[in-house]
Design a protein around this ligand. Structure first.
Ligand code: TXE
Length: 491
């Protein structure tokens, strides 16, 4: 269970969960789990390898016939029970998520943990109502069965640890698959806590297995394993491409939700105050570490100066602080490596001629967090649309302000990156909103809002932002195979 802060941190060992048991990695190796707000280690993470994976695959294969034949209603009951158990320990999960990731507890409380539990409820509901189509023709009657694939794997990232972990697990389980889940080694704690509740929820042993460890080692082993025919991945584009290649020889099914360089587009007829607040939230939520964050902020030239001023005022009001404090709005970056990556982009932006309008520095806090990985919310302007800062995913609290003069011009700039995940458009002109939605190359377009998620809607990106879609219906499709059954009609 969660870490006892009084003990020597080395005795705080995260364990794998295989075949219904919490187990040490076979090789006995661990690495440190660092708290990003303090820079200090606080737990040990299993450095799992192929031997652990083989155990998990055997357990999952053995469990599959039973789980496949469990009724959707029973599966739904077990999943709802797991959601109940998470909710009953809400405060522990919130504290652990914040400690592991660096995000404010208030954010984990508002988003990560409630959504982490709600994902099980949403897909429990799907288990009971998901079915195949029927086709009635003159000579034949057909229906489509949707059957589970078998043993599948989920590989999830560190930015929304429990939320994205369960977003993948839940449809796989609801569809009747057995799962080998690999959370990010950067933020393994809430996945571990969840694994301690799986038996109590009533899952048979082997249905859900959680393996911890390094992406390049255990993640790569999962991707290459011949008995895992489907992988749902969220993470960086480079890793997604590696997974796609590794999966090809075995013709595995892959769902890839990758990076983004998302445009926020503010027209001169937008509701000004709502647009300023929305653009700020889009740029800096979760310290800018959400694939949906709007890191390119296009503002119509006629309101540019006024907008810039109002935006900078709001950015200046963001409270940076210890994630445990209730008034903190902006916490730590997830790791030292990631902080260094983001700081190097801030340096690059200046080399590329950008004018720094706000932030731009690592923030040193006093007390407990003095070694923490904090970066100030950072705003640039005067960067050309095609420079690296405006083309590459930074994945941090860095936004670039860019003026535009026409719909055509902003569309060209918005579509100029290799990504295509999400966009937000701020205008009160419904026709313009419709035109923009049709022409922006991205899987999601929000009009006068940002990150307003309906879980039933398809979620995913175009171009290098990914392959396939998630969302309740799409994820159930991904984790099932279709079987067409046809009978002749009486002539
Ligand atoms: O993610 P990785 P990283 C972006 C963001 C960030 C960059 C790199 O720009 O700076 O990606 O982040 C597992 N085979 N996003 O390196 O490596 C890994 O263990 C199989 C966008 O931290 O993609 C983890 O569980 N698995 C993003 C998961 O992949 C491998 C969220 C994601 O880690 C593997 C996070 C391999 N060879 C970062 N290598 C989003 N789309 O929301 C690593 N993994």
């Amino acid at each position: 269970m969660p870490v006892d802060q009084q003990m020597d941190w080395r005795s705080n060992k995260i364990l794998n969960f295989i075949g219904g048991e919490l187990v040490e990695p076979v090789g006995g190796r661990y690495f440190d789990n660092i708290e990003p707000a303090t820079g200090q280690p606080f737990a040990l993470i299993p450095d799992s390898d192929e031997q652990d994976l083989e155990r998990a695959v055997s357990a999952a294969r053995a469990a599959f016939p039973g789980w496949r034949d469990t009724s959707p209603t029973q599966r739904a009951q077990i999943m709802n029970r797991l959601a109940d158990l998470i909710e009953a320990r809400m405060d522990e999960f919130i504290a652990a998520e914040s400690r592991d990731n660096g995000k404010p507890e208030s954010l984990a409380a508002a988003v990560d943990i409630p959504r982490g539990a709600a994902n099980f409820r949403a897909f429990a509901n799907m288990a009971e109502k998901f079915g195949g189509e029927r086709f009635e023709k003159e000579q034949s009657s057909s229906y489509v069965l949707r059957t589970p694939i078998g043993v599948v794997s989920t590989i999830s990232p560190w930015n929304l640890p429990l939320l994205l972990f369960t977003w993948k697990l839940a449809p796989a389980l609801a569809a009747g698959n057995c799962v080998i889940a690999k959370p990010s080694e950067v933020t393994p704690m809430t996945a571990y806590m969840l694994s301690t509740l799986v038996n109590e929820a009533g899952f048979p042993p082997g249905v859900l297995n959680v393996i911890h460890g390094a992406g390049a080692k255990i993640g790569a082993a999962i991707t290459a394993h011949p008995d895992i025919p489907a992988i749902s991945f969220t993470g960086g584009t480079a890793t997604g491409l590696a997974i796609y290649q590794a999966a090809a020889p075995n013709l595995k099914k892959v769902s890839l939700e990758l990076g983004g360089k998302n445009p926020t587009i503010v027209f001169d007829d937008a509701d000004f105050d709502i647009a300023v607040a929305g653009a700020k939230n889009a740029a800096f939520a979760n310290q800018g570490q959400i694939c949906l964050c709007g890191s390119r902020l296009f503002v119509h030239e006629s309101i540019y100066d006024r907008f810039k001023q109002a935006f900078l005022e709001q950015v200046g009001d963001i409270t940076i602080g210890d994630p445990q404090q209730t008034d903190t709005q902006h916490g730590a970056m997830v790791s030292e490596d990631h902080m260094e990556k983001v700081l190097s982009y801030i340096e690059l932006a200046q080399q590329e001629g950008g004018t720094l309008l706000a932030g731009g520095q690592r923030r040193r806090l006093a007390g407990r967090c003095r070694e923490g990985y904090f970066i100030e919310p950072t705003v640039f302007e005067n960067l050309p649309s095609d420079c690296r800062t405006n083309q590459e995913e930074i994945f941090g609290p860095v936004v670039s302000l860019i003026p535009f003069s026409s719909e055509q011009q902003v569309l060209e700039m918005a579509n100029s990156t290799s990504y295509g995940l999400a966009a937000s458009v701020w205008t009160q002109d419904q026709q313009r909103a419709k035109r923009m939605a049709e022409k922006i190359d991205s899987g999601i377009v929000w009009i006068n809002c940002w990150n307003l998620r309906d879980l039933d809607t398809p979620f995913g990106g175009m171009k290098k932002s990914g392959l396939g879609r998630e969302g309740t219906w799409d994820a159930m499709h991904f984790f099932t195979q279709q079987k067409t059954v046809t009978t002749p009609k009486e002539q």
